[in-house]
Design a protein around this ligand. Structure first.
Ligand SMILES: Nc1nc2c(ncn2[C@@H]2O[C@H](COP(=O)(O)OP(=O)(O)OP(=O)(O)O)[C@@H](O)[C@H]2O)c(=O)[nH]1
Length: 197
């Protein structure tokens, strides 16, 4: 079975005022590097970045897959990855802005999805998630991207795929959308108050 890890990093970061993917944690790694490392540790068939441009200084040798439709949110990035990787059976998708996400949580998600069961930690953005690639998911995404009135939410995608909702301590999925939230995350990260660091 071919499962591909995806870091969603194609958003506008308008609330942050600068590219979230390139924010640097106290350990010196950018959020993007941190996310890639987590996925690389899982032994997946491949790991890709969902984003228009590859950051100059990224250390890892990794493919960047650009959205084919613009300003339509994460579903657009997911659609582009599915198109670019026709051999994939499923995607393990994480957003770039989860500094406290752990490899244990991702490994559990992967395990729960192994029978091609859609699964997610139902918390805030409904990501990370394990998304099987089948008619149910691809037709839902296509229909959402084509319909100008559609909400195009990750929640809608997961609900349509009858996703398993896995329990989680929401501290591990704390994210940062604004400079103030980033300061808070940075302070927590520095004080080593979470297992994920
Ligand atoms: N590929 C891709 N990823 C996206 C897109 N929009 C959001 N994302 C990613 O989805 C995750 C959640 O995005 P948000 O934080 O809600 O949106 P954002 O655009 O990054 O930030 P805001 O502009 O402040 O809303 C982040 O990892 C984003 O990088 C998109 O249009 N394409």
């Amino acid at each position: 079975m071919s499962v591909i890890g995806v870091v969603l990093a194609g958003g506008k970061s308008s609330r942050m005022g600068q590219d979230k993917a390139l924010l640097r944690l106290p350990n010196g790694k950018t959020l993007l590097e941190h996310s890639i490392e987590l996925l690389n540790g899982l032994g997946l068939a491949d790991v890709v970045i969902s984003r228009a441009t590859r950051p100059d200084k990224i250390a890892q040798d990794i493919s960047c897959i650009a959205d084919q439709t613009f300003n339509l949110g994460p579903l657009s990035g997911i659609a582009a990855v599915i198109n670019a990787r026709p051999e994939a059976n499923a995607l393990l998708i994480i957003p770039v802005d989860l500094p406290f996400l752990t490899d244990e949580l991702l490994a559990e998600l992967l395990e729960r999805g192994q029978n091609l069961q859609c699964a997610s930690y139902f918390c805030k953005h409904y990501l990370p998630c394990y998304l099987p690639i089948n008619n149910t998911t691809t037709s839902y995404i296509a229909q959402q991207l084509e319909n100008p009135d559609a909400r195009r939410s990750v929640f809608g995608l997961l609900k349509n795929a009858n996703a398993l909702a896995l329990p989680v301590d929401s501290n591990f999925l704390a994210n940062a959308n604004t400079p103030e939230e980033w300061q808070r995350v940075f302070r927590h990260y520095s004080s080593h108050s979470f297992k994920g660091i």
